[in-house]
Design a protein around this ligand. Sequence first.
Ligand code: KG4
Ligand code: ZN
Length: 338
Amino acid sequence: MLILGIESSCDETAAAIYDGARLLSNVVASQKDHIEFGGIVPELASRAHERVIWETVQQALDDAGADAGEIDAIAVTEGPGLMGSLLVGLCFAKGLSVQWNKPVIGVNHIDAHIYAAFIDAKPKLPAIALVVSGGHTQIFHVPSPLNHLLMGNTRDDAAGEAFDKIGKMIGLPYPAGPAIDQLATHGNPGFYDFPRAMMKKGLDFSFSGLKTSVLYFLEKMKPEEKERVLSDHMNDLCASISAAITDVLIYKLQRAIKQAGVKSVIIAGGVSANRMLRRKAAEMAEKQGVELHIPNPEYCTDNAAMIAVTGWFKAQQGLYDDERLKPYARHQWEKYQK
Ligand code: KG4
Ligand code: ZN
């Protein structure tokens, strides 16, 4: 069974083809227009999706050596995400569905991030999943396929948002997560001491205090001192910021594992590409005796391989949609609280 996956929920236009065992193609067209604005501009994002979606899908078909007639179903991100961006992918998928006479399958973006772990492995369920991206920082209990129950959420910024906003303060271009990750590899994570919020309480997160703390740290310095820190100690600063974010993520993850009593852990979403997080997660998993699954970095950030794979799992259960499929900007929690 060949599934074409289409992703357009944020600023990546992506298409991929999966056959139930192997990924036959995986194309991502990243938008660069947002860099100069220091963040995503929704209207620009939808226009960029519209410009490149056809060639992205065509490229995925070409790379897979597949003919349109061989595709059995079209899986597409239905939400959550930016409404204008989602609409481009969804309308395109519905158009193909009519033209090819093949069913469409709506895929939840959070399910898809979790299912990215199934591209190259077979994680055991039940599992705990930490989804950390620019829009999400949530801990889920995943009792069975295509289900996720919320255990912990961020009260303010998502972890990726914290990386990006703090990165902007220290002069890094958007999105700053990958650059902070890279610079941190050469720095001392204990050089500066930034706060770890809400460690004593539950499974929720808060990253706005860290953002404010870095802001005060920069503001209280004289201009020449700030210049020196940002040139001579940039690596240490990035390592210390990364340490503050990843410590909290790992601590809460560990607490959730104990609470749920599971033996399997999945970390997914753009921030799961972070090297310090991956290293700490591996250490924690070994200590706790749990199996850890983190997708390859290329499947951590937004991509369509995860949409195609999730679509394939839905197809196995006969979960098809039709022309009534609608996008949603916000996650529909009520569907998942069973
Ligand atoms: O999953 P994703 O591609 O899009 C959303 O659904 O948000 O995640 C993007 C986020 C951005 O905030 C980006 O800075 C962050 O993931 N990110 C990273 C790394 N790679 C991407 N953060 C830290 N370290 C990385 N290596
Ligand atoms: Zn995402």
